[in-house]
Design a protein around this ligand. Structure first.
Ligand SMILES: *[C@@H]1O[C@H](CO)[C@@H](O)[C@H](O)[C@H]1NC(C)=O
Ligand SMILES: *[C@@H]1O[C@H](CO)[C@@H](O)[C@H](O)[C@H]1NC(C)=O
Ligand SMILES: *[C@@H]1O[C@H](CO)[C@@H](O)[C@H](O)[C@H]1NC(C)=O
Length: 437
């Protein structure tokens, strides 16, 4: 008994300091943790706002994006993220009037100068802020050197093409040399004129333009096709051409300049199809689909939703390609983050109202070298989510199905088809394809 009491006392005497020390340790750890995790409160800034130009005239407010897909933290070194950060700040109605919250850096100044310069000559100001600029692939270098500019003059214009407002304006990206593609499209799915509805209702007027840029002796080793192009232009009056080099990384310029053109010359067209010259479209099926959407929205009294109408093969959760030798390579020094959901560039349909909003918002989103991703970025900025439609087959049908007309029954668009295949398919699909058995 006595022994155990003595042991108990001993135990207490030994344990007490231990307990006290451990409490002290816990206290120290907690205070260190609090000290480390505490940082002075940052000014409460809205992460998102509707860009000033985006909603003023359209009459409807875009829903706020849930979260930015690009990281808004300034420390992120990537060039696009940095530029967008500055633009967001400049155009933020709360911040722009009193931007003393931030110190303007020399980079910002260069950026502003870059944007305000009307000249589109290459500008090294941004290149010098990209650490690995010198080892980047040529197309990336060229993009960085010219991404401050989107004011290219139009060389071939069709200002009166929408004098009678089309229901659907088809805008097809093409290249100077692709005469055969354009002609096949004119003779098949891109045929201009009136299309009769099956139900005998009012017919649709379809108009088509081709979006071109320069591919001539000045922009690379190109044969001189100017005489042919001139003939084509006067014959068909459906070519739009701008004064910039037609390269893969300049394709975004075609969207942006087309939106500008659209806002000036065709803004009343209710719908736009934008696609490539190597796809096949079941135009009538697409018009039927659009018609259904309109009817459905009218029935639900939700015609305002047409301001957000954009449909295609939607690609979500895509990451930038980091393989330096590939066509789509985007280095980390240029862009960090995932891509917003975007409709694949082979073909996409949106409303004219949305095209107008895209035109405005593109003034607040830095150019990005991949055109469909850029569309996704602009949509994200507007708070608009693109809708997926399984009839847009930008990755084609299974190989063994391509020859069968029945396989096209639910197809609206398929990529890719040669001019010859377009003609054959068009003929085969004149009658509504049967169900596959
Ligand atoms: C900026 O802030 C100052 C005071 O902080 C205020 O007097 C001034 O009106 C603000 N400028 C604008 C354009 O709102
Ligand atoms: C885009 O076009 C401009 C003007 O022709 C040119 O300077 C630039 O190098 C082109 N950009 C790319 C990435 O090819
Ligand atoms: C449709 O909405 C408008 C305005 O919101 C309302 O005035 C009208 O009564 C609605 N019509 C139907 C059929 O619900």
């Amino acid at each position: 008994m006595a022994r155990s009491r003595c042991n108990g006392k001993l135990l207490c005497l030994c344990l007490l300091p231990c307990v006290m020390v451990s409490h002290l340790l816990v206290y120290i750890m907690v205070s260190i943790f609090v000290a480390v995790s505490y940082s002075p409160p940052l000014p409460q800034l809205p992460l998102h706002y509707i860009a000033t130009g985006a909603s003023k005239n359209s009459g409807s407010l875009a829903s706020h994006p849930v979260r930015p897909f690009w990281n808004l933290r300034r420390e992120d070194g990537a060039l696009w993220n940095r530029l967008q950060h500055i633009w967001d700040r400049e155009n933020n109605p709360i911040l722009n009037s009193n931007s003393t919250l931030y110190k303007t850096t020399s980079q910002d100044l260069q950026h502003q100068q870059g944007r305000k310069s009307t000249g589109c000559e290459q500008n090294r100001a941004w290149a010098s802020t990209v650490p690995d600029f010198n080892i980047l692939p040529e197309q990336m270098k060229n993009f960085v050197l010219s991404m401050h500019c989107k004011d290219y003059t139009i060389l071939v214009d069709q200002p009166n093409i929408c004098s009678e407002t089309p229901f659907l304006l088809m805008a097809i990206k093409s290249q100077v040399g692709n005469f055969e593609n354009r002609q096949a499209i004119r003779e098949t799915w891109g045929k201009r004129g009136r299309l009769q509805k099956d139900n005998g209702g009012q017919d649709w007027l379809v108009q088509t333009v081709f979006l071109l840029a320069r591919q001539d002796m000045d922009t690379g080793p190109h044969p001189d096709l100017s005489a042919l192009l001139k003939l084509e232009t006067t014959t068909h009056k459906d070519i739009l051409m701008w004064d910039f080099k037609d390269t893969f990384f300049n394709l975004t310029l075609k969207d942006v300049l087309f939106w500008d053109w659209f806002s000036k010359h065709c803004s009343h067209a209710p719908f736009v199809f934008k696609g490539d010259d190597d796809v096949f479209v079941r135009t009538k099926a697409m018009l039927d689909y659009i018609d259904q959407e309109i009817v459905e929205k009218i029935q639900r009294n939700k015609t305002k939703e047409l301001d957000e109408f954009v449909v295609g093969d939607v690609i979500a959760n895509a990451w930038p390609n980091r393989q330096p030798n590939t066509k789509y390579y985007i280095p980390e020094s240029f862009y960090r983050g995932t891509y917003p959901a975007y409709p694949g560039g082979g073909g996409v349909v949106y409303s004219g109202a949305l095209a107008m909003r895209l035109q405005r918002v593109s003034n607040w989103v830095s150019l990005f070298p991949i055109d469909d991703v850029y569309l996704g970025m602009c949509l994200h900025r507007l708070g608009v989510s693109p809708s997926h439609h399984s009839g847009f087959l930008t990755f084609d049908l299974p190989a063994d199905m391509r020859e069968k007309p029945c396989a096209y029954r639910n197809v609206l668009l398929v990529h890719r088809r040669t001019p010859k295949e377009m003609l054959t398919l068009w003929k085969e699909l004149q009658v509504s394809p049967p169900e596959c058995v």
